[in-house]
Design a protein around this ligand. Structure first.
Ligand SMILES: CC(C)(COP(=O)(O)OP(=O)(O)OC[C@H]1O[C@@H](n2cnc3c(N)ncnc32)[C@H](O)[C@@H]1OP(=O)(O)O)[C@@H](O)C(=O)NCCC(=O)NCCS
Length: 175
């Protein structure tokens, strides 16, 4: 079963299960259900009440050159090892692009070290330079200015707009 959960409504059992899943899927993940800041909502997949996959989503406005774009940012997409290669991550991404298209969201943006899943699902690399707020373990460390995320930043259009050229101001942390 796949459901969308607003972050304030996680509850303690779901929070515990998400922490456990995130720590199983990402080496060195902190003992909480988010890496830097909580997402705005998530998709959670369960099998017989057990959480087997999750995808955090941030609603962000970011500036590209002089243009503002409304974006969903995908964070910490993961599927338990036993459930992989069955299309579950693909289903979660599809659920999100569906509501993005219906909700005046221009792009779904993500940062990925391995692009395979995302290329297969219609994401494309972009090479804009980015500025963002550096946050580590609940501390603001400063600004990263015009760094490159060309190897990891990917976008998928969910409206009619074309991804603009120019420098990106993420107006917050990297998601
Ligand atoms: C990436 C991940 C979410 C894919 O979940 P999934 O349900 O198996 O995905 P799907 O079945 O929809 O698609 C599988 C395809 O994704 C691609 N893929 C596999 N591992 C991947 C990875 N770490 N990152 C990106 N793509 C990956 C492969 O092309 C795979 O095809 P294959 O099964 O024929 O090898 C899952 O492997 C996972 O949780 N990995 C650990 C956490 C992680 O790296 N998350 C990505 C953060 S950007």
């Amino acid at each position: 079963m796949i459901r969308r959960v607003w972050e304030p409504e996680l509850g303690s059992d779901l929070d515990r299960q998400l922490r456990s899943l995130l720590q199983r899927c990402f080496a060195g993940y902190p003992d909480r259900a988010y890496f830097k800041l909580p997402p705005h909502f998530r998709y959670v997949a369960t099998v017989a009440g057990v959480v087997v996959a999750q995808m955090g989503v941030e609603l962000r406005v970011i500036r590209v050159s002089d243009e503002l774009v409304r974006a969903f940012g995908v964070v910490d997409l993961c599927v338990d090892e036993s459930e992989r290669s069955r299309g579950l991550a693909t289903r979660l991404l599809r659920e999100l692009t569906k509501i993005a298209s219906a909700g005046a969201i221009d792009f779904v943006v993500l940062f990925a070290d391995d692009d395979r899943l995302y290329v297969q699902n219609g994401w494309a690399h972009v090479a804009n330079r980015c500025s963002w707020v550096k946050i580590d373990d609940h501390r603001t460390l400063g600004l990263a200015t015009l760094g490159s995320h060309a190897d990891s930043m990917m976008v998928k259009a969910t409206g009619t707009r074309v991804w603009p050229g120019g420098d990106v101001d993420l107006l917050g942390h990297v998601f």
